[in-house]
Structures are given as structure tokens and as C-alpha cells.
Design a protein. Structure first.
Ligand code: FES
Ligand code: FE2
Length: 340
């Protein structure tokens, strides 16, 4: 399976990277993530060049990582700086250091050509750093290819049938969407005026009556889906008081059959309300676990029937366009590799 290599992927939340090395698979390659004593977050290929034990079993020493087997020590660039009991260091004693940048609370890793790793290409997620927004966040791992998770997040018509307990309402599936795209993004918009708020919205926004509600779902490659969603009271109060949220979905393929879904739910209300942060975190984890139950099993059917093609409904137009963008970028990547 080919992945789009020359993009920034979330290796994790920045807070997950500590002095205790963390073993993670990204684009089906093993990575050792750790933080030096000076505070720098580092990603090394998780395979010691000596006897190939994962470096994530090692320990951080100052600005270096010592392998947990025979003690070779590597600096943040992956260069071996010490071989215990031996004065000379063989030139082959080095590991690949992946570019890693901490921004917007995430640690972003670049699995492709290091020379192309431009931090300006990291997706903009200002809501996670802004003083006038608060957020809940988490991570869920699916037993599916990342394409099925993208489908799920781009076509929210399923929320009517899957998520009635939290974010789903009867109107979502019934309301037609407006889908637009260009070479590097797909936008799916749904506006629901004079409608019932979802259970989550009723609690979060203290709505007592009907609302005007919107969803703007934006896909950008390789695998981010940012949802601008919110509601205001319907009728004479419209626009006076409402809630604005961003559901941030940063997707990282772990393997061809498993996927990290790093999510954050940012809000512009009840900023200091820790119980609201907790309530949203639990509601969203419940919601995504409702998806997981379906998608993990969906992948089993897809694997068992390689000859069967899925059916595309009108609501799938955004999904189809997103897949087309990924397929085109994969073709371009293949062509570049063929000419290299
Ligand atoms: S395997 Fe790492 S030092 Fe031997
Ligand atoms: Fe869902």
C-alpha cells in the first residue's frame, strides 16, 4: 500500500512525547519518539543499526538516546556518538531522524523527502492555541484503512442514524449538501434552519428551542478533516447568541489496516468550564466509538470482497472528490519516483 509521503502527519499529541521513548508506527514504519532533557522532541527510526532492536526500548541521556540492548548512543540527528568499549564509531552506525515539529499542540512528522519538509505546510489549527477558544481532545485507533475513516468524516449524513445519543438529528441526513472542490481541498456544506438541536448542542449551548445549525466540512490532503459547526437560536433571537465549534480530525495511517484518529473539539463558549470540557470529551469518544464499531467491521467486508465496488449516493460526492485528490497525488508521487 502506498501512502502520500511528502506531507506532515500527526505523530501524536506533543504532550505524549516525554523522556520515556514512545514506539509508534506511522505510514507502516516504526518510529521512536522521545523528548531530550533539553526539551527537544525527536523522532528516530525505531531500529538500532547494531542488532536491530527497537530504539524505543532505550533511555534518554541529555540530548541523546542510548539503545537499551548494548548501549550505543545516538544524537538527535541519528548519528551514533558512542559505542561502549570501542573507540572508533563505524560510519554505518546511524539511524534516520525524521523531521519533527511541534505546533498547535501536535507533534508533526515528515516521513518523505527530508529536504521537502517545510514547516509552513503544517495545517493551520489556530483554535488549539487561541485564548478565546477551549478544547477537548483525544485519540482513537481504528482497525481500518484510513480511507474508510475519511469517508466517515466527510459524509456526516450517517450522524442521523449512528449518533442520535450525541450529535445526530433527524435533519442531517435529510438536508442536501453543497459540495465544492479544487485541486487541494473539498468543502461540503450543510445548512439546517429552524431545526432541533442535537443532544450535545442542547447541553453545550443551553438551547431551549429550535436552532439554525450549520456544518462546513473541509478535507485537505493527506488526511485532515476540519469541521466548522455551530448553531444559533432560530426565530427572533437568531444570531444573538450561539455556539461555534471546530471539530478537528487529524488522521494518521498506522498501517494499511489501522489508523490513528487524533481529534479535538474546540469551542468558543464556556471557556473555563472544566466540566464542559469533560462532558464533550466523553460525548465525542462515545460518538467515535459508535463509528469504530461500524467501520472496523466494514473493513472486514471490504477485505473479503475485493471484486465488489461500493455504491456512490449523492451524499457521497464529497467522499468521491476527496478520493480523487488522494489518487491524483499518489499518481504524481509515483511519477516523481519513477523519474528520480
Ligand atoms: S542493538 Fe542497539 S546497541 Fe546493540
Ligand atoms: Fe460518525
Amino acid at each position: 500500500m502506498n501512502f502520500l509521503a511528502n506531507f506532515w502527519y500527526a505523530a501524536g499529541w506533543a504532550s505524549e512525547i516525554t523522556k520515556k521513548p514512545l514506539a509508534r508506527r506511522v505510514l507502516d514504519r516504526p518510529v521512536a519518539l522521545f523528548r531530550t532533557e533539553g526539551g527537544k522532541a525527536v523522532a528516530l527510526d525505531d531500529c538500532c543499526p547494531h542488532r536491530m532492536v527497537p530504539l524505543s526500548h532505550g533511555t534518554v541521556e541529555g540530548e541523546s538516546l542510548r539503545c537499551g540492548y548494548h548501549g550505543l548512543r545516538f544524537d538527535c540527528a541519528g548519528k551514533c556518538v558512542e559505542v561502549p568499549g570501542q573507540a572508533s564509531i563505524p560510519p554505518r552506525a546511524k539511524v534516520h531522524a525524521y523531521p519533527l515539529v511541534e505546533r498547535w499542540k501536535f507533534a508533526w512528522i515528515w516521513m518523505g523527502e527530508p529536504a521537502a519538509a517545510d514547516p509552513d505546510l503544517i495545517p493551520e489549527l489556530p483554535w488549539l492555541d487561541a485564548a478565546d477558544w477551549a478544547y477537548s481532545h483525544g485519540c482513537i485507533i481504528y482497525a481500518c484503512n484510513y480511507a474508510l475513516l475519511l469517508d466517515n468524516l466527510i459524509d456526516l449524513s450517517h450522524t442521523t442514524f449512528v449518533h442520535q445519543r450525541t450529535i445526530g438529528t433527524d435533519d442531517v441526513a435529510k438536508t442536501p449538501v453543497r459540495t465544492t472542490s479544487d485541486a487541494g481541498r473539498v468543502l461540503v456544506e450543510r445548512v439546517m434552519d429552524d431545526t432541533e438541536p442535537s443532544n450535545l448542542y442542547r447541553k453545550a449551548g443551553d438551547f431551549t428551542g429550535r436552532v439554525n445549525r450549520w456544518q462546513r466540512i473541509e478535507f485537505t490532503p493527506p488526511a485532515s478533516v476540519i469541521i466548522d459547526a455551530g448553531a444559533v437560536p432560530a426565530g427572533p433571537d437568531a444570531g444573538k447568541r450561539g455556539i461555534n465549534t471546530r471539530v478537528i480530525n487529524i488522521i494518521t495511517p498506522e498501517t494499511p489496516q489501522s489508523t490513528f484518529h487524533f481529534w479535538a473539539f474546540a469551542r468558543n463558549f464556556k471557556l473555563d468550564d472544566a466540566s464542559m470540557t469533560q462532558y464533550i470529551a466523553e460525548a465525542i469518544m462515545l460518538t467515535f466509538n459508535e463509528d469504530k464499531r461500524l467501520i472496523d467491521d466494514q473493513q472486514r467486508n471490504v477485505d473479503a470482497r475485493p471484486e465488489q465496488r461500493m455504491l456512490d449516493n449523492t451524499a457521497d460526492y464529497g467522499v468521491v472528490l476527496a478520493r480523487r485528490i488522494v489518487e491524483r497525488l499518489l499518481r504524481e508521487q509515483e511519477e516523481t519516483r519513477a523519474h528520480a
